[in-house]
Design a protein around this ligand. Sequence first.
Ligand SMILES: O=c1ccn([C@@H]2O[C@H](COP(=O)(O)O)[C@@H](O)[C@H]2O)c(=O)[nH]1
Length: 232
Amino acid sequence: MTAQTTVFVALDYADAQSAWPLIDKLSPQECGLKVGKELFTSAGPDFVRELVKRDFKVFLDLKFHDIPTTVKKAVRAAAELGVWMVNVHASGGKRMLEAAREAVADMQNPPLVIAVTVLTSMTEDDLREIGIRSSAEQHVLHLAQLAKSAGLDGVVCSAWEAQAIADACGHDFIRVTPGIRPVGAEQGDQRRIMTPPEAAALGIEVLVIGRPITQAKDPVAALHAINQSLTA
Ligand SMILES: O=c1ccn([C@@H]2O[C@H](COP(=O)(O)O)[C@@H](O)[C@H]2O)c(=O)[nH]1
């Protein structure tokens, strides 16, 4: 792992019981943990609090997307779990993004609040189907600048757009990139993908990696190999 690139393991398990065997073998020094919709819905807030208690940096990936008041309350509830980072969808608009920021403004140790731009599973054909005519990179940049102007800390994007975001939004605007695939790993439903060393070479702060680790024969060895590849 380089000084600035950290792997967050996406714990996309059905329930806490299925997730603990891997978590018990991991240390907060070698990775952060991402809890998404499936595991949070089944395992709940106490599971997240336990990860925080074990000193893991937790990215609670619930991608809130609703009216500003609802998002503000949801972000606050997520933040009070003690997590390191929470997120919302940038396409909820500027007032919604500002509400997300305001939700944690009075906290002593607020989580980072970031916005999802264009899902890494989406192609330009997918964007056209939902009425977006610009290229994926242009749309990601537009949403990243909107998130920046609303005072958010960074964005979820694909590694393909990471350099353009740093150029447009500055180097302290965090880029969180799923869609990371070691050479030979199955692409699955991801479309805008990059290898871990290529992404680290771009200085990307957070690499989110799920199935290439969790579905490996030896998930801990898979994580170690990825961390090694970042420093090679
Ligand atoms: O644009 C996005 C936003 C979030 N994700 C999440 O990241 C992980 C990726 O898992 P893999 O198994 O490595 O594909 C997953 O939890 C997604 O919900 C994303 O992939 N893309």
